[in-house]
Design a protein around this ligand. Structure first.
Ligand SMILES: Nc1ncnc2c1ncn2[C@@H]1O[C@H](COP(=O)(O)OP(=O)(O)OP(=O)(O)O)[C@@H](O)[C@H]1O
Ligand code: SF4
Ligand SMILES: [Mg+2]
Length: 328
């Protein structure tokens, strides 16, 4: 595996939200002290329930959401809340994104070649022949044809639109592609086509993906490393194969117990979580999963979540009970 190209250090993002009763803003904790490392050439998965902060983390790396505290290192630059626009620009040129919904993320007034080449235009390229040629060189790589270049995006199916979005992500030479649920808005029949396309392009263009998904079976198959988030915090991270084989934290085990493919013999019983999820607004400095955790004990209700500890060769976890013998 290649060198580390993205490393977050206690990355934290809070949003200020209005408190209707008292008028003063509340703190919505969307991402809390996140530490992940992504290596060149890998697919790094980010999983967790809706609202756990996956998109906020991605948007923060892309500069769409300001950092509250902590930092991240990317392609040799360190970015924190004081970073100036020029330095952001230097980092952003290495990154592009493929959003969840190709129906709303692509401009319907543009033709395919204009959509694909727009990042190059934004980077300063004004020669129309060059822009069109770059778009033409990519359109076939993503499984469309040169004849499609002059068509409008509303003439395409969801899967074809996502192919256009992928070509657009590659046109300016980005090395790290952030894919935020790239298949979840598409018909199930095209999921594997889009995933296979992403993997083929990774090999051809030496890309790295940060791959956000709710689909754990997909994450198991296509990612090399992964992080499991719960209400803004990373509970467990490391090599995907290791985490699927030996999930350590109660939250990861509950998530995985729900996948039939991971649990084919029925040996691992489905863990049904009860209890109310904590609110992300002004959360106490305790494990955020404690209100639903079947293993929660006294220390979980009075002491902050401990830092990540090594629980395997390429596997870390944050839980008061790590180190205990788990029966799977
Ligand atoms: N601009 C914003 N202002 C206030 N709160 C926000 C904003 N964006 C996100 N949030 C909140 O931050 C938390 C994390 O949201 P986020 O969209 O990152 O979750 P997610 O893991 O991507 O969820 P999903 O799987 O549903 O896409 C949620 O509580 C959400 O309501
Ligand atoms: S720290 Fe406690 S509440 Fe949190 S996941 Fe571990 S056992 Fe459950
Ligand atoms: Mg999201």
């Amino acid at each position: 595996m290649g060198e580390i190209i993205l490393k977050t250090r206690d990355l934290t993002v809070d949003f200020k939200v209005r408190n209707r009763l008292f008028g003063r803003p509340d703190r919505l904790s969307a991402v809390q002290n996140v530490n992940i490392e992504v290596r060149r050439g890998e697919v790094y998965g980010l999983v967790g329930e809706s609202g756990c902060g996956k998109t906020t983390l991605a948007n923060t790396l892309l500069g769409f959401v300001p950092i509250t505290s902590g930092a991240f290192e990317c392609f040799g630059h360190t970015i924190d809340h004081r970073t100036k626009p020029d330095q952001w620009k230097a980092v952003r040129r290495h990154m592009q994104t493929v959003f969840q919904d190709p129906y709303t993320s692509l401009n319907s007034r543009f033709t395919v070649w204009q959509i694909i080449s727009e990042p190059l235009f934004i980077a300063g390229e004004r020669n129309e022949r060059v822009l069109r040629e770059r778009a033409a060189s990519l359109v076939e790589k993503v499984g469309l044809s040169r004849e499609d270049l002059d068509r409008y995006i509303f003439e395409f199916s969801g899967g074809q639109r996502q192919r256009v979005a992928i070509a657009r992500a590659l046109v300016a030479g980005a090395e790290l592609i952030i894919c935020d649920e790239p298949t979840s808005a598409l018909d199930v029949s095209v999921h594997s086509q889009i995933c296979n396309l992403l993997l083929d392009l990774r090999d051809e263009f030496e890309l790295t993906y940060l791959f956000i998904s709710h689909n754990l079976s997909l994450v198991k198959h296509i990612t090399d490393h992964m992080a499991v988030m719960y209400l803004g915090e990373v509970m467990e991270s490391g090599a995907t194969a290791e985490i699927f084989a030996h999930p350590v934290t109660p939250y990861t085990r509950a998530l995985m117990s729900a996948i039939p493919e991971v649990n084919p013999s029925g040996k691992r019983e489905r863990i049904i979580l009860t209890g109310e999820a904590r609110s992300p607004i002004n959360p106490p400095d305790l494990c955020r999963f404690a209100s639903r955790c079947p293993e929660a004990c006294d220390i979980c209700r009075c002491a902050p979540l401990p830092p990540a500890i090594c629980v395997g060769a390429d596997h870390t976890a944050r839980c008061h009970l790590t180190g205990k013998e788990w029966t799977l």
